[in-house]
Design a protein around this ligand. Structure first.
Ligand SMILES: Cc1cc2nc3c(=O)[nH]c(=O)nc-3n(C[C@H](O)[C@H](O)[C@H](O)COP(=O)(O)OP(=O)(O)OC[C@H]3O[C@@H](n4cnc5c(N)ncnc54)[C@H](O)[C@@H]3O)c2cc1C
Length: 503
């Protein structure tokens, strides 16, 4: 989604754009794939950001996209470890009543803080903030856009509240939870892990407030699954004159004068362009750049020790297992720490969407956070042990999912597990690292500019992971690319560059 939004914005500005995608369908971690009559969401399942003015609404309007989306009333249900269930309603009054029921009126100061801070941060993010600043131009834009925003905040809240905002940029969400009940803490931690990749002791307040806010930003269910977002982007890019080539895995990237040259794996063809945007984690970008890798990238290309992998079960299940009233997204919290099957996210295709599964069945994506290293060690040294761990974790996830949908295992028609090794294979992300940098500091995310005409986009870049965040980052980076290109006349970046074999 990072690369597609960058491409759409550049095509919208009249630039000549080529997207090279390794896979046979678009979307990467937010794609949807076919398997034995099912359409499974590969990773992302919860589509947020459709509220008026939110990223996906803005994008749809700007590029003329009509995504087939039905708003979700019950965004998700969270099963706490004490057996209680909290429903995250989209309607503000219903959500307030539910949270008072679940966490008591004494937690209201936390929720008020969260919503107010999130509103402020989203209004700032939608101004396309060049964070972290990497050039005098970025600093100027930051001062202009951030300064204007800050003045508005001072006028509406006063200086003290603005100082508080500054503190939330440095201290974790836990500072705002104070002596919250264990129940509230568990709920917040579970939600933060899926939205910010760490829990309240580590996620900084500003990010945390915004991450907890996704259900307020317009969540919907997409006919055809999450992948229709990327498919809609591809159509829009093509309508605006851009080109998208599937089955074009980039093997190597090198400098050639003022151009970048791109070699494709398994094809005797090269492309060249003045500006190259890589929709990759830093380690992947360094691998493609080889000797051309900029020093900043060389220094920081490692996958962070707290970076996550995903373990996923794609399941086909008899439709009779699901009631009409249960939310289509369910989080099941089993215990601490919330990884390796202790926090399980279950998403079910809607009953009304016949495109997702054979008649009478539903397509499920069930996932948990997992650490990367042990999967690779086992896969390299002891394949039977790797397979045993995979099968055992699959059973753990299916058992947890039963808490939301009793009878699920009896109705199981098909189960397909995916480990970080699978993610590395299908998305090509090094070691299957997903979710970007855990949101523990404002200074962790990368800036997009790697060098002259060389850019990075995606969930390693501010504002980080999730489809709306990555999309927002993509638009912002396209605008920086345009500014850096200095209004150059429209040029063809791809035609006439078939160096070896035009076929
Ligand atoms: C299990 C899981 C659950 C998630 N749940 C949600 C959710 O519910 N809601 C939400 O909003 N977000 C969710 N996310 C996060 C969201 O999916 C990501 O933040 C987002 O999709 C990342 O997009 P990206 O553009 O950074 O990268 P990617 O999705 O990784 O896209 C990169 C693209 O580049 C292609 N590529 C890679 N290497 C090459 C190469 N050498 N040559 C050519 N092409 C190449 C890949 O095929 C891929 O299409 C989830 C993620 C995971 C893993």
């Amino acid at each position: 989604m990072g690369g597609l939004t960058t491409a759409a914005e550049l095509a919208h500005a009249g630039q000549s754009v080529l997207v090279l995608e390794a896979h046979v369908y678009p979307g990467g971690c937010a794609g949807t794939f076919y398997h034995q009559g099912y359409r499974f969401d590969a990773g992302a399942t919860l589509a947020g950001g459709f509220a008026p003015g939110a990223p996906l609404d803005w994008i749809a309007t700007r590029y003329g996209i009509h995504w087939p989306m039905k708003p979700a009333a019950a965004v998700m249900q969270v099963h706490l470890s004490d057996g209680s269930v909290v429903t995250r309603w989209a309607d503000p009054a219903a959500w307030q009543a539910e949270r008072v029921r679940a966490f008591g009126v004494e937690a209201e100061h936390f929720w008020r803080w969260q919503e107010e801070q999130a509103d402020r941060l989203w209004s700032l993010a939608m101004r396309g903030l060049p964070w972290p600043p990497q050039s005098p131009g970025d600093l100027l834009a930051l001062a202009e856009r951030g300064g204007g925003w800050l003045l508005e905040q001072i006028e509406s809240m006063g200086m003290n509240a603005v100082a508080d905002l500054g503190l939330d940029a440095l201290r974790p969400v836990a500072a705002r939870l104070g002596n919250a009940s264990p129940r509230l803490r568990e709920y917040v931690d579970g939600q933060l892990l899926i939205a910010a990749q760490a829990t309240s002791e580590d996620v900084i307040g500003l990010y945390g407030a915004a991450a907890l806010d996704l259900p307020r930003r317009g969540v919907g269910h997409l006919a055809g699954g999450m992948g229709v977002l990327a498919e809609g982007m591809v159509d829009a890019i093509q309508k605006m004159g851009g080109k998208v080539l599937y089955r074009h895995p980039v093997k190597r990237v090198r400098r050639d004068g003022s151009d970048w040259r791109v070699q494709i794996e398994g094809r005797r063809v090269e492309f060249s362009g003045r500006q190259l945007v890589m929709n990759l984690p830093p380690a992947n970008a360094a691998r493609l750049l080889e000797a051309n890798t900029p020093a900043t990238l060389l220094k920081r290309r490692e996958i962070p020790p707290d970076g996550w992998g995903a373990f996923v079960v794609y399941a086909g299940v008899d439709g009779q297992v699901f009631s009409d009233t249960a939310a289509l997204h369910q989080q099941i919290l089993v215990g601490q720490p919330f990884s390796e099957g202790n926090s399980v996210f279950v998403s079910v295709s809607p009953a009304w969407d016949g495109s997702r599964a054979p008649a009478g069945q539903r397509a499920l994506t069930i996932s948990t956070h997992t650490r990367l290293a042990s999967w690779w060690q086992l896969q390299g040294a002891d394949l039977p042990a790797y397979e045993a761990r995979r099968d055992s974790l699959q059973d753990t996830l299916l058992l947890a999912a039963e808490r939301a949908f009793p009878g699920l295992r009896d109705g199981l028609q098909l189960a397909l597990p995916g480990t970080p090794v699978t993610f590395a294979r299908f998305t090509r992300r090094e070691q299957g690292w997903v979710g970007g940098f855990p949101q523990t500091s404002l200074f962790r995310a990368w800036g997009p500019r790697l060098g002259r005409g060389l850019w990075l986009v995606g969930d390693s870049i501010f504002p980080g992971q999730s489809v709306p965040a990555v999309a927002l980052g993509g638009v912002r980076i396209a605008q920086q690319v345009l500014a850096a290109a200095g209004g150059r006349p429209k040029e063809d970046w791809y035609d006439n560059h078939y160096l070896v074999d035009p076929a």
